[in-house]
Design a protein around this ligand. Sequence first.
Ligand SMILES: C[S@@+](CC[C@H](N)C(=O)[O-])C[C@H]1O[C@@H](n2cnc3c(N)ncnc32)[C@H](O)[C@@H]1O
Length: 271
Amino acid sequence: MTADDLDWVPPGVDTRRANVARVYDYLLGGSHNFLADQDVGRALAAVEPEVRAIAWANRKFLGRAVRYLIQAGIRQFLDIGSGIPTEGNVHEIAQAADPAARVVYVDVDQVAIAHSRAILAGQQNAAVIDADLREPEKILAHDQTRRLIDFSQPAGLLLVSSLHYVADADDPAGIMTTLRDALAPGSYLVICHGTSDDRPELMSAVGKVFNRSVATQSHVRPGAEILRLFGDFELVEPGLVHMPLWRPDSPADVPGDPSRYWCLAGVARKP
Ligand SMILES: C[S@@+](CC[C@H](N)C(=O)[O-])C[C@H]1O[C@@H](n2cnc3c(N)ncnc32)[C@H](O)[C@@H]1O
């Protein structure tokens, strides 16, 4: 299938090459992915049978974190590595609580950007920008970011399963310092990040399958390194934990062994 066959595929997208956003969309059961993405998803499931449940646990954590921030009074959100819109988009959750809530989505994937633009058509309070997490100054200076986010007021900064696509060589710590410094006191930082702590051999196998097929490489990290990405922000309870353990809606939502869900999730407040 070529991009010409589908009217929602932006020009220039190579549908024969798998990519991060579309593999994740496939794992969530979405429809904005192609055979190459589905092949990678199936190969991942062959080495990690729970990979779809893990993708969903990530998406559900995002929803719980946004609802927590809304309850904490946050009304403006910068969501970096926002992905292809799917169930529980940040603006839908935030604007259900307050129609005036504002959201800037950021991604580098052209399918994610095109589909986000389509669902945000006519929205005054939400926008998507084509920008790279590895260039945080450009994100902060972007017209739409400046239009929708008032950096003198508390905001929610979301990096949900996007930081593990930033290599050490691209200085994730420095990127996070720039982003944290831009926020007003009382702002919140939400991070979900793959960890190598619990099942290093499995993570190595998953990484090999992913990295041999997808141009953007994944870089899972030890929990101690993920913790440092929060800088001096104060983690709210229960701290940095496996995703299902972060303020579950119901005890029944917590699986028997949460460490099988190999991403650590946390929310921290800028003092
Ligand atoms: C696994 S998806 C997560 C989507 C969403 N945050 C969620 O948790 O449901 C990761 C997203 O990060 C995006 N991404 C990866 N590297 C990026 C970068 N350097 N700058 C911006 N986005 C990036 C991918 O295109 C993809 O849409």
